[in-house]
Design a protein around this ligand. Sequence first.
Ligand code: GLT
Ligand code: MN
Ligand code: MN
Length: 386
Amino acid sequence: MYTPKPEHKFSFGLWTVGSVGRDPFGEPVRRALSPVEIVHLLAEVGAWGVNFHDNDLIPIDATPAERDQIVHNFKYALAETGIVVPMATTNLFSDPAFRDGAFTSNDPRVRAYALHKTMHAIDLGVELGVGVYVFWGGREGAETDAAKDPVTAIKRTREAMNFLCAYVIDKGYNLKFALEAKPNEPRGDIYNATTGNMLAFIATLDHPEMVGVNPEVAHEHMAGLNFTHAVAQALEAGKLFHIDLNDQAFGRYDQDFRFGAHNIKSAFFLVKLLEDYGYGGSRHFDAHAYRTADLDDVKAFATGCIRTYLILKDKAAQFNADPEIQALLAEITADDGSLDGFKGAYSPQKAAALKGHTFDRVALGQRGQPYERLDQLTVELLLGVR
Ligand code: GLT
Ligand code: MN
Ligand code: MN
């Protein structure tokens, strides 16, 4: 019943199941798996796709011959397993060259190098069949606003995105961009810190139709925000091109936990939103196993992400079919049609009639709503007693 199928579009980044468990305070705890080994691991747990940063696949200092060999081996593993590559991205944050950011660096040579590196990485992604290219800003932020004018940073980001959109158009690639916000890591203040910021920024680009968002659960939670609402805004705007699923306790360090590991209820409302609105993109798990995990436990982690999604998808269908829940929803949203004349588009007549209408404000304020009952039914459904 909770068996993953290709149509579910479950994907993982090479850096996710491949994480060696390094953190700011500790050394690796697991052996580094090769990209080929990771592809086989993902096939074993029933994933559909694998995503990568350019340097997850090809070391930054690889020779052209090494690159070709790696790509050849990777393609062979993909063909052997049937795993696809739906998304790729650029590592614009690990190398010391990017210590002051990439597209927003104060050093024009670094900004040019970031474009150079991204164009090569886009070529690589397209060679492997990706349809979505993600931009997570990494170090596009600041420790001190004395060093960089934030308006300049926005303008530099726009210039870079416009350049890269034009590159994709020029090359005739069938590729969409997805911008991923994160508020306060690895620098304390990152530009375009939330999905909402990204959506507003996209509207200012030369080719806004090519660019959407890649919201991540943990990143909105780090900002103390409701992730489902951020995703709803993106979905409603036709901008949800990709999604990074994981989990994160509010107020903690960047945890990248297994999907549903912490906030089951918000994970449920997220899955319900994605399924109710027929989101058709990747369900990408951008998460890491606990640092305590060994290889078997990494597989349990990956399987857990997938199973939790599928269980919650099933719970969403149960919610939509539950007579008591649906009766409550019908009661909550009931409309006797008596004010239909005021609905819809503006007209001066409608406005005048609405202004002249008498409302019983006290009666409006006396109506209670059974949201406690509804929420408790939701909790009981999630706890498996309905
Ligand atoms: C990094 C980051 C993620 C991004 C990845 C893509 S890398 O792990 O924390 O949220 O999605 O660059
Ligand atoms: Mn992410
Ligand atoms: Mn993250």
